[in-house]
Structures are given as C-alpha cells and as structure tokens.
Ligand binder design. Structure first.
Ligand SMILES: [Zn+2]
Length: 427
C-alpha cells in the first residue's frame, strides 16, 4: 500500500515510492551542516519523509528496513535555488513568441517539466520569483496535494513593478497587443503599491518580489524605475503580512532604494558601491548574485546572434562584461550570500552551474555550498524544515561522487536525490 497520495504519484511516475519501514542511508562522507566540519562514514535514518537520526559509521539496518548505499559518495542536504522562474526558460524573441502561442495550461505543464529538471539536479527547494497566470502557484498546490512531484516551492505569484517598469509585459509591444497582459502587478504611488502586494498575497504568494530598476531583458533600462514612497509601501505591506521581500535591482541607486526600504534580499545587484555594502551589512540584507544569467545569454547568442532585439542585446553585453564584479565586492565585505541562478534566463536543470561562477568570483567552495543550503534556507524562511541534515528536518538529501569542497563542479552530476523522503534520482 502507498503511505500517501504523494507516494502513489511517485510510483506512477516511476520513482521509488516512500518506503514502509525506516530507510537507512549509508554515506561515505557527510556534509550534514554546511559550514561545519565534514563527517566521515555516517548513517542517516529516514522515516515518513523526515530525518529521524544521524549516526556515526554504517549502522546495519534492522530486518525489513531498506538500505541506500552511498558509501563511496559525499552526501549533502538538498540544494536550494533562491531565484528561479519555473514557468519557462525560453528567452529573447523565442520567449516572446511562446508568450503569444502557448496557453497558460500548456505553460503550467512546462513549469512542471522545469521543476522536475530542477529536482533531478539536486535542488529540492526553490524560490520562484515571478510568472503570470498563476502557473507556479498551481504547480505548488498540485504538489501539496500529492498529484505530482515538484521541488518545495516558495512562490512570489506575479512580480511587481511600476507602470512601464521591468514587469510591465507591454513594454516594447504594439498597443493592440497590450490587452494580452495583466496589469494588476503594476503599481504607481504608495496606496496602489499596497494594493498590488495584497493582490499577490490574496492569490497565495509566499514572498513578494518587486523591481526598483529596469531589467536587462525587458528594454526598460537599468536605472531606477520606482520612487522611495512606493518601495517603502511595498516592503511595509509585505512585512505586515509576514512575507519577505526580494527586490530586483541593477543600478546602484535602485539597490540603495531597496535596501533602505528594508528588502530582505537584493537580486542581481549588478552595480554596488561602498555605501551599499555598508547598508547591506548593517541591515543583514542577503545578496543573490544570479551570475548564471550570463550562461543563458551566451548560449542563446551562440545559437542565434539575433536572439534579442538590438536595444536589449546592448544591455546583455554590458551585464556579461560586469558579471561577478559585485560579488567580488560583497563577499569580502561580509555580505550574506544566498544562492540563486535566475534559471529561466539560464536553463532549468543546470542550476549547479552557479557554484562554479561563485567560486570563480571569489567564494571558497564551502561558502558557496553554505549559500545554497543554510543561507538560502534562512532567506526563504524554511530553515526549520530544510538546509541541513539534522533530526526532525525533511529528508532532502543528495549525493555526489568526489569532494565538492575541493571541486564544486562535481555538484553538476547528481548521483542521488531524495526530496521529502522520496527518491527522485536513485543511486
Ligand atoms: Zn529573475
């Protein structure tokens, strides 16, 4: 018998169903709490989707208890990507065409497909920072009901910006196409911005995402596209409802605006200065670098040099050239880094590519892994549930060959993935 609808769904999908007796996982090496010393041979006991105990050595399983043999592997907590857009990863002109041809239900299936790629890449939790039509809100609910597998999702609903700002889908389109775009996510003036936050919370948003600047992809420029009273109203309303706030910002003025207003994280944060670093340190604001966007741009342009309209292509060239610079300022300044790729701009399922970029721009591997587990869990508000391998937490457990503390690239080849006790990638 299946212990849950989720187990039934997993079985139908061909994944291993949740097992009836406690499962014993034998790890070669164990990074139970990233940032703390690595443990040697260990046994993790999992029951009903949760970690029951973490024991030293390879403890034999009692009669009837299944054993998962990861004795030659390094075991870690499931990874967290704090910045994804599951609904699509087709950008530029291709993305625009898909927006015109693909129905919302079809794109909801695309979101499921991208979620599975993400999960199989070892990312058992994601923060989805914006899509329209409620596609990922629906995916999250379907997963909660056990109808399908998905990563644990913290969802922003639709991202918010001012009219003509980064999340105004009408920018660059002919007037007669504007009706295809919802404008409830746009706000002008503090009262209207309070409404926009309440609207997303009413739809089920766990977190609020807004943009203080234009965006590389949207042709809205990189300068500030929001006033201070608007940013404050957005943050205050979100916090009053117990929701954290992620702010998309590229230019320095827009980042300052976000941090002063009380943002919980700065996304992209392309142009930083000493004043920003001081403010972020004081306010303990997380920085989510999203360096992987560069991979997305470069690959798309390699396949088609005309993948983007010329004005956007110029912004992309700028972002490619400057990528990593702000991380090189922020990490040594002691700013807390949370791992986020902006997958959707880059390809879903390749979320682990960000590790290599974080290390390239100055983070030690151990810190990069901490950013994708402990730090991201805290930013997402799920640190009681996931981010470490400790008794009481959800059984989000992954394994790789080799030593990720010596070479983070081994994290690109997942050898085992368990999410909430369900095996997604068998060893
Ligand atoms: Zn994004």
């Amino acid at each position: 018998m299946f212990r849950s609808v989720a187990a039934l769904a997993a079985s139908l999908l061909g994944a291993t169903s949740a097992l009836a007796a406690p499962t014993y996982i034998h790890a070669g090496k164990l990074i139970a709490v990233p940032g703390q010393p690595v443990r040697g041979a260990s046994t993790i006991v999992v029951d009903d989707g949760r970690i029951v105990s973490v024991l030293e050595g390879h403890v034999p399983a009692p009669e009837g208890s299944p054993v998962i043999d990861l004795k030659t592997r390094t075991v870690l907590p499931g990874l967290i990507d704090a910045h994804v857009h599951l609904a699509s990863d087709r950008g530029g002109n291709e993305g625009l065409a898909a927006a015109m041809t693909d129905s919302v239900p079809l794109k909801a299936h695309e979101a499921y497909w991208n979620g599975m790629k993400t999960l199989r890449a070892g990312f058992t939790t994601v923060r989805n920072l914006g899509d329209d039509g409620g596609k990922v809100l629906a995916l999250k609910e379907a997963s909660r009901r056990g109808w399908l597998m998905a990563p644990r999702i913290i969802d922003a609903g639709e991202s918010i910006s001012t009219t003509g700002g980064h999340m105004d889908g009408r920018v660059g389109l002919a007037d007669h196409l504007h009706g295809a775009y919802d404008t409830e996510n746009l706000c002008d003036g503090p009262d209207d911005c309070r409404r926009a936050v309440r609207r997303q919370i009413g739809r089920g948003a766990d977190v609020i995402k807004f943009a203080t600047t234009g965006g590389v992809n949207s042709g809205t420029g990189l300068a500030t596209r929001m006033d201070e009273d608007e940013a404050r109203a957005l943050v205050e309303t979100a916090h009053a409802y117990g929701r954290k706030v992620a702010v998309h910002a590229h230019g320095a003025a827009g980042i300052k605006l976000a941090v002063r207003a009380g943002a919980d994280s700065v996304e992209h944060g392309t142009v930083m200065d000493d004043e920003i670093l001081k403010l972020m340190k004081e306010k303990r604001t997380f920085y989510v670098p999203t360096l992987s966007t560069v991979n997305g741009y470069l690959e798309r342009l390699a396949a088609n040099p005309n993948a983007y309209p010329p004005a956007i292509k110029a912004q992309i060239d700028w972002r490619i050239g400057i990528t990593g610079k702000s991380l090189q300022q922020a990490y040594p300044a002691g700013i807390r880094i949370a791992y986020g790729t902006d997958a959707g701009v880059s390809k879903h399922g390749r979320n682990a590519d960000e590790f290599e970029l974080l290390v390239k721009f100055g983070m030690p591997p151990a810190e990069a892994i901490k950013a994708a587990t402990v730090n991201a869990a805290e930013l997402l508000g799920v640190d009681k549930e996931t981010g470490t391998i400790e008794p009481g937490k959800a059984a989000d457990i992954i394994a790789v060959d080799g030593d990720p503390l010596a070479d983070v690239r081994v994290l690109k080849a997942m050898k085992f993935v368990m999410a909430r006790g369900q095996v997604v990638v068998a060893p």
